[in-house]
Design a protein around this ligand. Structure first.
Ligand SMILES: Cc1cc2nc3c(=O)[nH]c(=O)nc-3n(C[C@H](O)[C@H](O)[C@H](O)COP(=O)(O)OP(=O)(O)OC[C@H]3O[C@@H](n4cnc5c(N)ncnc54)[C@H](O)[C@@H]3O)c2cc1C
Ligand code: FES
Length: 273
């Protein structure tokens, strides 16, 4: 894309229902050259516009190792997401980006990777997980720990099953409240730590989810011996420009849209102290 200020037109190829209020949109930029030149890191986001309605940030939920399309997983929250949910295959939207910093995949090479996601916090991790699985030999153990409020709120159910069937990935899923038919684990995400073997000294933990879940998970990881710099998370702030110009997302001397949204816990501590 030529400019971070100018949206490109993208066509929706496919829409998948994840939960009653969340859908995954597979899109491609209409200009083939712009699509082929769209390079991004897992963890980066785009500013998505629904024409005549407005613009909002969404993380790229697909992996750069699968460059044929971009995927965005969107929960219906208000006016813009409501309008987006009414669109289908063949409809067009605007995309501006990629914005933000993304996860440092190179720094994760050779390490044990622990992905901890809560609810709609799995999409930013999903791009990174596929990125890791598509070059599996570069990393040591891979563990995915995921929780949602109810079985109905779990996103990527088919992929979670497919990952769990692999011998080189450990997947544990929990729900806060079970339902008839759910015979899996019940409890908040941190209950999963006792069901897996963690190696804090050789691991990086990637944590995304609602703020309260992130707080509890980080406390638990620290208690289990993870160093501040080995815990990596994303911050969400209300945003407008997405490129460090409007001051909407500032925390201290940082702009979450430009310097983040990915931060290590050492950086987060520095920002909030
Ligand atoms: C970097 C970044 C990445 C994001 N990635 C995703 C994603 O992958 N999938 C997804 O579903 N959503 C994501 N979001 C949140 C998404 O941008 C908002 O839900 C969206 O702006 C809602 O727009 P709306 O017009 O539909 O609702 P609005 O009417 O604008 O908002 C509905 C409600 O959500 C609250 N809200 C809106 N934006 C935020 C925010 N940034 N933080 C906390 N509360 C907010 C509002 O206060 C309001 O209560 C992301 C946000 C950021 C900053
Ligand atoms: S959203 Fe404008 S500075 Fe971050």
């Amino acid at each position: 894309m030529d400019s971070l200020f100018l949206p490109g037109v993208a066509r929706i190829l496919d829409v998948r229902d994840e939960t009653p209020d969340t859908k995954t949109f597979r899109v491609v930029l209409r200009d083939r050259a712009a699509h082929d030149g769209f390079e991004f890191q897992p963890g980066q986001f785009v500013e998505l516009s629904v024409f005549g309605c407005g613009e909002a940030p969404f993380c790229i939920a697909s992996s750069p190792t699968r460059p044929e399309y971009l995927e965005l997983t969107v929960r219906r929250a208000g006016q813009l997401t409501d309008a987006l949910h009414r669109l289908g295959a063949g409809d067009e939207i605007g995309l501006r980006g990629p914005c933000g910093n993304g996860f440092d995949v190179a720094a994760a090479a050779g390490k044990d990777l622990v992905f901890v996601g809560g609810g709609i916090g799995l999409p930013p991790l999903r791009g990174l997980i596929w990125n890791v699985l598509d070059q599996r030999e570069r990393f040591d153990r891979v563990t995915v720990l995921y929780g949602a409020r109810t079985p109905n709120d779990l996103v990527y159910k088919d992929e979670l099953k497919r990952w769990a069937e692999r011998s080189d990935v450990e997947v544990l899923v929990t729900v806060d409240r079970g339902e008839p038919g759910w015979d899996g684990i019940v409890g908040m995400v941190p209950v999963l730590f006792d069901r897996t073997e963690l190696h804090p000294r050789t691991s990086l933990a990637f944590v995304c989810g609602p703020p309260v879940m992130i707080t509890f998970v980080i406390q638990d990881l620290l208690m289990r011996g993870f160093a501040d710099h080995a815990i990596i998370s994303t911050l969400e702030r209300m945003m407008q420009c997405g490129v460090g110009k409007c001051n909407h997302c500032a925390i201290g001397h940082r702009y979450v849209c430009r310097d983040g949204p990915v931060f290590s816990y050492s950086q987060i501590k520095e920002l909030v102290e």
